[in-house]
Design a binder for this molecule. Structure first.
Ligand code: F6P
Length: 538
């Protein structure tokens, strides 16, 4: 589908020219109930999107775009389990992972909800044994340390959730994450651990990912070094995967394996069995609360009219800036220290999904697709990159996230935190003119340096306090934003062919580093290989 051929695309193009000289200040001045019109509440989140360069007419046109692109039909197809992942011929059913027990969703003759609930029950049994200190290691001592080995979707979601929900975690357990094939990662993670108390969870959808398999082998060797070659591996290794055969080949006891399905994409899997470490940390009840938050946002996305639909609104604003203002990135700035890994998690979710240049049918896209997502917690970012957000030459739309209450209320910290996020959003939107600065008696030569251009868009996402439900709703919100944007750009948000060639190349370079033939490689790679070999010679 060539979206630029739709009449609404031209209308948006023209409208972007019209609105170019209208500022957010103007929009607030002419529309007294703007904030009310631009507030959406759903699943424990409140979105204020009033500080955007969008009028009611912009919103109407963007909604027309969503309808013309078939967002609703595509959404319903996803929820029905149709194979909308066209290049891998798979359903996309992460929403089934949080559908409550008792409902039915038949895909290819199988009720996937029953399957999901069965694996959840297995996760719960496993997590409960660990939490009750009933899971004993080789020496008969209880397992109290979990090391999750995985990468990409098998790491980023679990790490993010563990950090986000630390407040709810069993503090008697040590939980660590190893992802990088850089030996430093696993070395530092294991350095102070007692093998007798340590359990490794090998998390990998495919169970073939080079980094994860390498780290898993290193973990096994470490275990044998510390507990002897006859160590009972079943007491120290568990696995989460869709590939039971490969797990068995590695030698992990089937009793310690929890499964999921090919219809769960890696970056959409933190609420599947991939979340086993999350469940061990916060307990089965906490995990169910997380799922409930996801589900609440799913229901909102599925049933709310497009004009009051939070993910649809945020997705459309993203398309608006990406395609009509040339914005290249989106900053996600949580004013919530517990969400420090949320931007990193979103990077895979958004960029692996919509960093695409061809449509479903293989034809080239006509417009810009996925933006770069990045961010850091506030207020730290204010003392780092906010200068560019405020006065740089590039417009970067921002998503501000903040809880009204802290899980750690200390003195006046929360007032200061909230005052800062509100100040940043306000200054970005309304700025300060040269006249206003001059009126304050600032020297004329300094005035241009102090001008705050404003008119820089941001969304403000608020919630009462960070709970498992809120985290679930937040993640589901961004999952659905990704989905809607993928539909509008007509790209497959659920494959990731772009990561494959690098993996193949790396596997060919390994033998070259060990002394093999290098002639197949480019001159630069050959030179680097030669340098590596020289360093390791003798
Ligand atoms: O290389 C990209 C990727 O395939 C991601 O999509 C995925 O989340 C990650 O690797 C890890 O894959 P697996 O869970 O199969 O080890």
């Amino acid at each position: 589908m060539d979206i630029t051929a739709l009449p609404v695309w031209d209308a948006l193009d023209e409208h972007a020219d019209e609105i170019a000289f209208t500022t957010i200040r103007d929009l607030f001045a002419i529309e007294p109930d703007r904030v009310q019109r631009c507030t959406i509440e759903a699943a424990g989140l409140a979105l204020d999107w009033s500080k955007h360069r969008a009028t009611a007419h912009t919103h109407a046109l963007l909604l027309d775009l969503a309808r013309a692109a078939g967002v609703e039909a595509r959404r319903d197809a996803m929820f029905r389990g149709e194979r909308i992942n066209s290049t891998e011929h798979r359903s996309v059913l992460h929403v089934a992972l949080r559908t409550p027990a008792g409902q039915q969703l038949i895909v290819d003759g199988v009720d996937v909800i029953t399957d999901v609930q069965r694996e959840l029950a297995r996760m719960e049994a496993f997590a409960t044994r660990i939490r009750n200190r009933e899971f004993l290691g080789h020496t008969g001592q209880p397992i109290t340390t979990i090391v999750n080995i995985g990468i990409g979707g098998s790491d980023l979601g679990p790490v993010m959730a563990f950090e986000a929900l630390r407040h709810y975690a069993d503090r008697g357990l040590t939980i660590r994450y190893v992802s990088n094939v850089d030996g430093t990662d696993i070395t530092e993670a294991l350095a102070d651990l007692d093998a007798a108390h340590t359990l490794f969870i090998i998390s990998s959808k495919t169970f073939t990912t080079s980094e994860t398999m390498t780290n898993a082998s290193t973990a096994l060797a470490w275990l044998r070094t510390h507990l002897g070659d006859d160590v009972d591996v079943a007491r120290h290794f568990a696995a989460v995967s869709t590939n039971a055969a490969k797990v068995a080949e590695f030698g992990i006891d089937p009793a310690n394996v929890v499964g999921f399905w090919d219809w769960v994409g890696g970056r959409f899997s933190m609420d599947s069995a991939i979340g086993l470490s999350t469940m061990i940390a916060i307990g089965p009840d906490g995990f169910r609360r997380l799922l409930a938050g996801f589900h609440a946002m799913d229901e909102h996305f599925r049933t709310a009219p497009l004009e009051a639909n939070m993910p649809v609104t945020m997705a459309l604003l993203g398309v608006w800036y990406r395609d009509f203002f040339g914005a290249q990135s989106v900053a996600v700035l949580p004013y919530e220290q517990y969400l420090k890994r949320f931007p990193a998690y979103l990077q895979q979710l958004t960029m692996e999904s919509n960093g695409k240049s061809v449509h479903h049918d293989g034809s080239e896209v006509e417009v810009e697709t996925g933006a770069v997502y990045w961010g850091e917690p506030g207020t730290n970012g204010q003392h780092s990159f906010h200068q560019l957000l405020h006065q740089g030459t590039t417009m970067i739309p921002v998503d501000f996230l903040v809880g009204l209450s802290s899980l750690n209320p200390v003195g006046e910290h929360q007032e200061l935190l909230v005052s800062n996020v509100l100040a940043q959003a306000s200054v970005l939107a309304f700025g300060k003119t040269a006249d206003e600065i001059a009126d304050e008696g600032v020297a004329a030569d300094l005035v241009p340096h102090k001008v705050m251009p404003g008119n820089r868009p941001s969304s403000l996402l608020m919630y009462d306090v960070l709970t498992p439900e809120v985290l679930g709703a937040l993640v589901a919100l961004y999952e659905h934003i990704v989905f809607v944007q993928g539909v509008i750009w007509d790209v497959n948000s659920f494959d990731q062919w772009g990561v494959e060639l690098g993996k193949v190349m790396a596997s060919r370079i390994v033998p070259a580093l060990r002394g093999g033939d290098v002639t197949a490689f480019d001159a630069s790679t050959q030179a680097a290989v030669a340098r590596f070999r020289a360093r390791h010679a003798g």
